[in-house]
Design a protein around this ligand. Structure first.
Ligand code: FES
Ligand code: FES
Length: 172
């Protein structure tokens, strides 16, 4: 039996009728044709399917589309604004942070979410925090460079720290 869902994807309100066992990644790719979100493993291992749900990176093969009811989703197609690459996309391009590009949409979405929470990063931070995103091609060196450059670009553009955790309340 089909079920109705309503959510916002890349700024557009979407209502759809879906099979209840549809994964979010299937809904995005097959129903909305947002094929920039890739499927590498389908078992929450590789990160190729990473999107933002309410501003946080999640693996879209790991949740049902119905769990995104009412949520705001951003996919790689939603990052560029007015024809201009997002600073993280520009940094991946500038630093050659990709080869085949299969992992890249997920890598970029995870990196943006990371910088929004933690704008000041070291290379070790990037390696530790992006360990859920696997790349078969690059050896990661240029990816780490790209994320650090992208973080600087996001800070300059004022888009870093957007989803930082609230500061802990001061204690007496
Ligand atoms: Fe979702 Fe690999 S396809 S983590
Ligand atoms: Fe090929 Fe990462 S660039 S898998």
């Amino acid at each position: 039996m089909a079920i109705s869902i309503s959510l916002t994807v890349n700024g557009a309100p979407i209502s759809a009728s879906i099979d209840p066992n549809t994964l979010l990644v299937q809904f995005l790719r097959d129903q909305l044709r947002l094929t920039g979100t890739h499927v590498g493993c389908d078992t929450a291992q590789c990160g190729a399917c990473t999107v933002h749900l309410n501003g946080r990176a999640i693996k879209s093969c790991n949740i049902l589309a119905v769990q995104a009811e009412g949520a705001t989703i951003t996919t790689i197609e939603g990052l560029a604004k007015d024809g201009a690459l997002h600073p993280m996309q520009a940094a991946f391009k500038h630093c050659h942070g990709l080869q085949c590009g299969f992992c890249t949409p997920g890598m970029v979405m995870s990196a943006v979410s990371l910088v929004e929470r933690q704008p000041n990063l070291t290379g070790d931070d990037v390696r530790a925090q992006l360990d859920g995103n696997l790349c078969r091609c690059t050896g990661y060196h240029n990816i780490v460079k790209a994320v650090l450059e992208g973080a600087e670009g996001m800070k300059s553009a004022g888009t870093a720290n957007a989803n930082a955790p609230a500061a802990a309340p001061a204690t007496a």
